[in-house]
Design a protein. Structure first.
Length: 363
């Protein structure tokens, strides 16, 4: 073993306790572990998108802030284009927010727990104090606990629907916290809102300390890596100072533009199919003796089995059949819980057959 080189001392100490967010590309017959929308785009749409890509001028930079896509998004959301900031996935938007805010010597992130891991991860990278407030047993927000944690905080993320629980948190609790803590920026992350139609807080929760965050990833476009914030103009301006120019590729911008302006109906059908398949999956999981299915509001379903041994046995049986699901049993409040992405009808046939065989074999 060689001695540690002196520059290693310059690596942020906050990285020492963090692991790399790595999702290895394993082959599988059903990939239900990443909350994607796996419905295939129709061949005719793929042919049109290929034409869009063919016209991309590879030698030229894209618009530095993705202006033409932001204009389409501003029209969809009925807001000023200056309020929209694009990120390379909403993962980047999370980092932009945490970087632009944080004027305090030790800025503070507040999140419910469990929730999407990148809020805490990116905050820890930047040296934030992270205050996590556990959900209650119904996987709803602990309003009083959050109220206490938010004193002196910088930023708070509410994923609604939440990942990995799939639950839709009480809007009144969120609205009360937002009003009670005007110095905290609240980010309402609606990554999965397409699967909970009519439940968006975008027009309900309007305040200068509220940012609405969206992504195209969960709606059949994960490969593009496009997420965005809709923020108060002054905060959007600050985010733009942090954001690297040209942070979203022209290929992604052009495909997203074409989908949103020409193929939104096709996308809506894909989302509707997934929402219908979610009902089938939830029913399948509810038939497992001793299982509890949490009311799903996203494109995945969270199930609690009778005990951790049953959860492990089921995950192993699924893995042997090359079905990937997410074991979330180690997270607070989620003992014996497993998260299943909805999958296509064909993938669900495979899940159904595998679960039936597992149950017949005595689980
Ligand atoms: C709640 C939530 N927000 C944001 C993201 C990140 O999405 P993106 O692909 O836009 O980076 C995810 C990804 O799983 C998520 O679950």
């Amino acid at each position: 073993m060689t001695d540690a080189p002196p520059w290693l001392a310059s690596v942020r100490p906050s990285l020492a306790g963090l692991s790399v967010y790595d999702v290895p590309r394993v082959s599988a017959r059903a990939r239900l572990h990443a909350n994607e929308n796996p419905e295939p785009w129709p061949d005719a749409v793929m042919a049109e998108l290929a034409e869009v890509v063919r016209r991309v001028e590879l030698g030229r930079y894209p618009d530095s802030s993705g202006r033409e896509l932001r204009e389409v998004l501003a029209a969809i959301h009925g807001c000023d284009v200056g309020r929209i900031v694009l990120g390379n996935g909403s993962d980047e938007v999370i980092s932009l927010l945490l970087t632009a805010l944080g004027a305090q010597a030790r800025p503070v992130l507040v999140t419910p727990a469990p929730t999407f891991v990148m809020y805490g991860h990116s905050a820890r990278v930047l040296g934030y104090e992270v205050r996590e407030v556990e959900l209650d047993d119904a996987l709803q927000l602990d309003g009083p606990g959050l109220d206490r944690a938010l004193v002196g905080a910088t930023i708070c993320f509410f994923a609604r629907p939440n990942n990995p629980t799939g639950t839709l948190w009480d809007a009144d609790v969120i609205a009360r916290l937002v009003a009670a803590h005007p110095a905290v920026v609240f980010v309402i992350d609606e990554a999965y809102i397409a699967y909970a139609p009519g439940r968006s807080l975008e027009s309900v929760l309007v305040a200068d300390n509220v940012v609405h965050m969206r992504t195209l990833s969960k709606n059949g476009l994960a490969a593009l890596r496009i997420g965005y914030a809709i923020a108060d103009g002054r905060l959007a301006h600050a985010l733009d100072k942090v954001r690297h120019p040209y942070n979203v590729s022209q290929t992604s911008i052009a495909i997203a533009h074409a989908v949103l302006t020409r193929f939104a109906d096709v996308q809506a059908q894909m989302i509707a199919r997934t929402t219908a398949n979610r009902g089938r999956l939830a029913g399948m999981l509810a038939r497992i003796p001793g299982a509890h299915v949490f009311d799903p509001a996203a494109n995945f379903v969270l199930v609690r089995l009778a005990d951790p041994t049953a959860a492990r046995s089921m995950i192993d049986a699924l893995r042997r059949a090359e079905i990937l699901v997410k074991d979330v049993g180690h997270l607070p409040k989620l003992a014996a819980c497993v998260r299943f992405g909805v999958g296509t009808a064909g993938e669900l046939d495979l899940v159904e057959a595998t679960l039936d065989a597992w149950l017949r074999a005595g689980a």
